[in-house]
Design a protein around this ligand. Structure first.
Ligand SMILES: [Zn+2]
Length: 175
């Protein structure tokens, strides 16, 4: 049964079901408790009279009537705060993902350029242009400084490239 008698209760600061009598509220609890619990993980356990709405509400809070409305209000505020937190979290994650994508593109470009320079150095070395080959390798080495060191990006391949460049440098310099 999906009740339609939902109103905004100013006293608790949230939308609530309103019943004309306590009996009607309890009947609703009796027949809907299991379904609500299954759907929401929490279900109203009792009814109370609301002076503000001049009728009966249901609540999942076990406390006595006198602090009822305050707790309901705090619960609403807590839910709103949680919602806000979740939204902020989602925003932050989206920004981080965007940043990471940007850094990855940046690093990929550097990686390609370094690979090109190493290849170039090899040809220069073969052509006996030793100084040019060393310069290409030195340029490649200098490019490694601009690699963005963000966790989650593959940085291992840059360490491998550095070792390769350093090895070729010692090789070419001592020819
Ligand atoms: Zn009310």
């Amino acid at each position: 049964m999906k009740p339609k008698n939902r109103i905004y209760c100013a006293s608790s600061g949230r939308s609530k079901l309103l019943f004309a009598t306590e009996k009607k509220a309890l009947t609703y609890l009796k027949f809907n408790y299991d379904e609500i619990l299954q759907e929401n993980g929490i279900a109203p356990i009792r009814a109370y009279y609301c002076e503000c709405c001049m009728g009966w509400h249901t609540t999942h809070i076990m406390e006595g009537n006198h602090i009822e409305q305050r707790i309901e209000k705090e619960w609403t505020e807590y839910e709103e705060l949680e919602k806000w937190r979740a939204e902020q979290n989602a925003k932050r994650k989206a920004i981080e993902a965007e940043e990471k994508k940007k850094h990855k593109l940046h690093n990929d470009a550097i990686y390609n350029k370094i690979t090109e320079l190493i290849e170039q150095a090899r040809w220069q070395h073969i052509a006996n242009d030793k100084d040019l080959a060393v310069k290409s390798l030195t340029d490649a080495l200098a490019m490694l400084v601009d690699v963005k060191k963000i966790s989650g990006l593959n940085l291992k391949k840059f360490t491998t490239k550095r070792k390769e460049i350093e090895y070729l440098l010692t090789l070419y310099k001592h020819d």
